[in-house]
Design a protein around this ligand. Sequence first.
Ligand SMILES: Nc1ncnc2c1ncn2[C@@H]1O[C@H](COP(=O)(O)OP(=O)(O)OP(=O)(O)O)[C@@H](O)[C@H]1O
Ligand SMILES: [Mg+2]
Length: 524
Amino acid sequence: MTQGVEARTAREHDPFVGRADELDCVEHVLDEVERGPPNAIEVGGEPGIGKTRLLAELGAHAELRGHLVLMGAASELERELPFSVFVHALDEYVASLDPGQLSTLGADVRAELAHVFPSLTTLRREGKLALQHERYRSHRAVRSLLEQLAETRPLMLVLDDFQWADSASVELLGALLRRPAAAAVLVAVAVRPCQLPKRLAVALERAQRAGALTRIELGALTPLEARELLGETVDAARAAALYEESGGNPFYLEQLARSLTRSGGLTFDPHGETAAAIGVPSAVAAALFQELALLSDDARLVLEGAAVAGDPFEPELAAAAAAVSEAAALDAIDQLLQLDLIRITDVPRRFRFRHPLIRRAVYEATAGGWRLAAHERCAEELAARGAPVAARAHHVERSARQGDFGAVAVLGEAGEAAARLAPASAARWFGAALVSFRRRPRARSAPHCCLHAPAASPPPVNSPKAIPTSSNASGSRRRTGEYAPRPRAPPSSACSAFRRTRTATSRLRSPNSIAQSRRRRPNC
Ligand SMILES: Nc1ncnc2c1ncn2[C@@H]1O[C@H](COP(=O)(O)OP(=O)(O)OP(=O)(O)O)[C@@H](O)[C@H]1O
Ligand SMILES: [Mg+2]
């Protein structure tokens, strides 16, 4: 069984080209895993160079050998959900297991796992939780789970786009590299080296020095391989021009070739700034934006809604973000699938962007006010569904308005939920909650206003009153400042969240380190 990232890249009719040495290396590592001891692979390289595709190929090779292959990926814009990469890779598989299969793990291990994997929530135990500094128990529990999954056949755990992993996932990977599972488990990680957080870079470096990690650095395709990738429909002269422009990067090649097919020639970039923001050459950005410009208004709107909703995304959330009906969103999704801008995944009602760079480009190109309102609508939709607070907090953080005490309550709650197992994520949420308070004039005196909350309660968070849903209008008015809401009295939950937030934030990390963690890393 394979699940996760393969749907993004591996289309059955797209041949895999080149990379003979890398595939040899992979076969060698698979041999080693079968013989033990366990090993890990890191595939590194610039955006679009073919890491995900190589991992998909590696997964296919492992499956042919009868290995169990589970795949997960981090997401660029949602980096705060604790253990998200491991949850993405393992949660659905674990949910599909017969409960008896986990019973050999022991009650303590299962109780720990219940705090990591949403599908095991029912195994949580009442009573005292391990202290924060004992969160390493959850690492041991995940190691035991991997050993259990690899009991009857080797397991390959693929963790893609790991440069964007949340801090709990980074810590967990570090623990698994330091002390690998005592079973036939191969961990394969893909990273963009120049976007690696320091802590992850150090963990990978250390594992390589200890002989526990094989590194594969992907470079450009050769002209011959590029020719093969482009196929017969592109003549030799054009293939040479595309190679020159792309530098042999397969994503760039593909994107430029799509543009060539449409317009008959390469175009140049009218969106220089956005090209810089997504970190691709300007000709590639031009090709991408030209493709987006050809979309119908409805399809473009839903694609933008999807970029805000997440990657992967559900049509309902994309519809909510775009403020269109579900039926309209599904029509648009058909068009977007047809154009291969998005792809299906192996999970029903879940779609992916063809490539994270496309999501980033679409997201960056949305107007600031519209984007803000779209995040508000996502937060509302998720609240209405009773979604976990961490999923809501991501959108709330990006759309909280001045003096929005409901937002402070959500962010504080998300911080508390993460505090034990993912203190860095918790610090981020607590920091965001404090920022929301500080945004309000004279909100530095929040504890004072908390003590003087009037009898009348403000509208609850995410209520239509608290968060208007008319997208463009609300966004643009807010941008000009005309829309600044009147300060509202904080609900008591916001007051207590604020107090706990202040205490917890000062315990967890200094304000400087919070600011650091919020700073965006540049693209490669
Ligand atoms: N060896 C290959 N053969 C055929 N197609 C390839 C090959 N390598 C990459 N591609 C194609 O090029 C595109 C970009 O590749 P991929 O998504 O694997 O890049 P990436 O390194 O994972 O990028 P990112 O860092 O942005 O995640 C995909 O459409 C992929 O299918
Ligand atoms: Mg990738």
